[in-house]
Design a protein around this ligand. Structure first.
Ligand code: VG1
Ligand code: CO
Length: 543
């Protein structure tokens, strides 16, 4: 085994987005591309010599190859120990759990999350810090800056590690410990939820289906739902992780989780359905013939948290990303606790959780989590729901409708326009930004604009400011239209339009959101000239 220093030159565009660096597999496969980024991570980590890193990925194409490279680079860069998920598999929440449990210095997650995989698909890499959460912007900016000046990387010339053999192997001075990807995570879930109660509930004839979408949650769902909670074999769909996710799009929403949606909305469907994404941090919750909007899911979990063992003592506060509906804010008011509004992406929740300011966090993009770790957590949300259902013994639909009657309904929808020409999308946003000062006070139908701005966030813990986090147009009646460009896509630009309207009248709360929001949808197009500028007549994905 010998240590090799390889001369290299910078690649443009190695800038982490909303959640790590995501590019097409082909981009990552270029010689030195992955190595440059990984070396830049090691170069900005101070005091990592001899420390422990957690490494694993969502099993997508190029996962195993990338892990071999990263292990040899970790060895060459003086890391002391790596905890590696068996087969190179670890869900994003499991990485967060392991970093925290074993006091690791940080972790590297190989995933492009909900983006498709396979040789023609996407790959990604994210760095998590010692609190178990995504690296904050100060760290991702430093990594990016380093990629632009890098002129060498260090790697150990050594044979590959056997990724599937549990136990310790060595790469020079680095100890690689291959561990069961599920055990520690399962232990944490057992401490938070009442597994006995959920098991009894499931045994009472309740039928559940979890769609792992051929992504990382398969082994977790089988061990937890079937192994520990006694759900039958049929309760986990697409439970084997595949490098190309079976050709699917591992994004748990009404469009991409069609198989599950058809089951739940079909005749004699199951009582409860759920799905997770590529790396296991997202969740979609369904009842029989009923879809729970992620923003509502966060609000329902908050309102019912004290029925669940891990949250009996109540919540310190709630945080939601700016585009997420204000349903959780209403619960926070009732509970007399603060509700924070952060930019999109989990990295902004870490400081609030570390400071004990919030207990629950959520995003409209099917992400919910809590202070149990520092990532959003798909299966955790599923277990949270099952625990609430086991206590309340009502249907998902009854619970959500009762919630609306109590708090009012924040009718909500997100419209995504995917694969737009980047210049067209940027001009659309620029133009809209320029029009903001003139919008305040304008009336459209019965609505008057109360504020129109480009969201800027100052972290209440460390005082750092993040600007240009999305355009918000808020109306005096509480309705909102939010526009932002995605920071996770790899081809062209994706415009996300978030629509929200408050409906206090129970008689009108059952209306299909697309119908209830029709006026808002039209206004969103009018204000940003979406159809005229993009040539698109409608959104590609509506959630
Ligand atoms: C999207 C979601 C955002 C989420 C991010 C990462 O980002 O909107 O809420 O945190 O994906 O999720 P963007 O920039 O494309 O809107 V995951 O599960 O893909 O790591
Ligand atoms: Co994800």
């Amino acid at each position: 085994m010998s240590l090799r220093t390889v001369p290299t030159t910078p690649f443009p565009g190695q800038k982490p987005g909303t959640s790590g660096l995501r590019k097409q597999v082909k981009v990552f496969q270029q010689p030195h591309y992955l190595e440059n980024f990984v070396q830049s991570i090691f170069d900005v980590l101070e005091g990592s010599a001899g420390q422990t890193l957690v490494i694993g990925g969502d099993g997508r194409y190029y996962n195993r190859e990338a892990i071999q490279i990263i292990l040899k680079m970790a060895a060459a860069n003086g890391i002391g120990q790596v905890l590696l998920g068996q087969g190179g598999i670890l869900s994003t929440p499991a990485v967060s759990c392991l970093i925290r449990k074993y006091g690791a210095y940080g972790g590297i997650i190989l995933s492009a999350s909900h983006n498709p995989g396979g040789p023609e698909g996407d790959f990604g890499i994210k760095y998590n810090i010692g609190n178990g959460g995504p690296a904050p912007e100060t760290v991702t900016e430093a990594i990016y800056a380093r990629t632009q000046t890098l002129d060498r990387y260090c790697i150990l010339d050594a044979p590959d590690i056997d990724l599937d053999r549990l136990g310790e192997q060595r790469l020079g001075s680095l100890a690689v410990r291959v561990i069961d990807p599920v055990a520690d995570y399962l232990g944490l879930m057992q401490r938070l939820f009442d597994f006995d109660q959920i098991r009894d509930y499931l045994a009472s004839g309740i039928r559940i289906v979890f769609d792992a979408m051929h992504a990382v949650t398969g082994p977790y769902a089988r061990a937890i739902l079937q192994g520990s909670l006694g759900a039958p074999q049929s309760s986990v769909l697409n439970g084997v992780p595949l490098p190309d996710f079976g050709g699917g799009h591992p994004d748990p929403n009404l469009v991409y989780a069609r198989e599950l949606v058809e089951l739940l909305f079909g005749e004699d469907g199951p009582d409860f359905g759920a799905a997770s994404d590529g790396d296991g941090d997202r969740n979609m919750i369904l009842g029989r013939k009923f879809y729970v909007t992620p923003s509502d899911s966060l609000a329902v979990l908050a309102a019912n948290a004290q029925q669940v063992p891990g949250y009996r003592e109540g919540l310190a506060g709630i945080a939601r990303s700016m585009p997420t509906s204000q349903a959780a804010d209403r619960v926070a008011v009732q509970l007399g606790i603060p509700c924070y509004e952060t930019p999109t992406g989990w990295k902004f929740f870490g400081n609030l959780l570390d400071a004990g300011k919030v207990t629950l966090c959520g995003e409209e993009s099917f992400g919910t989590g809590s202070n149990h770790l520092r990532e959003k957590d798909g299966l955790w949300a599923v277990l949270f729901w099952l625990n609430i259902l086991a206590v309340r013994r009502q249907t998902v639909q009854q619970i959500v409708e009762e919630h609306w009657r109590t708090y009012g309904r924040n009718v909500y929808s997100r419209h995504d326009y995917e694969g737009l020409d980047t210049t067209v999308a940027q001009e659309l946003m620029e133009n809209l930004r320029r029009s903001l000062p003139g919008l305040v006070g304008q009336s459209y139908g019965s609505q008057t604009v109360a504020y129109a701005d480009d969201f800027s966030y100052t972290d209440p813990v460390d005082g750092s400011t993040s600007s240009h986090q999305g355009i918000r147009i808020g109306f005096e009646n509480g309705s909102r239209i939010v526009y932002r460009l995605s920071g996770t896509g790899t081809q062209g630009a994706t415009l996300r339009v978030y629509l929200e309207q408050f409906e206090p009248d129970p008689a009108k709360q059952g209306l299909d959101p697309q119908i209830a929001l029709a006026g808002q949808i039209q206004l969103a197009d009018h204000l940003a000239q979406i159809r005229a500028r993009t040539g698109r007549q409608q959104a590609d994905v509506i959630t």
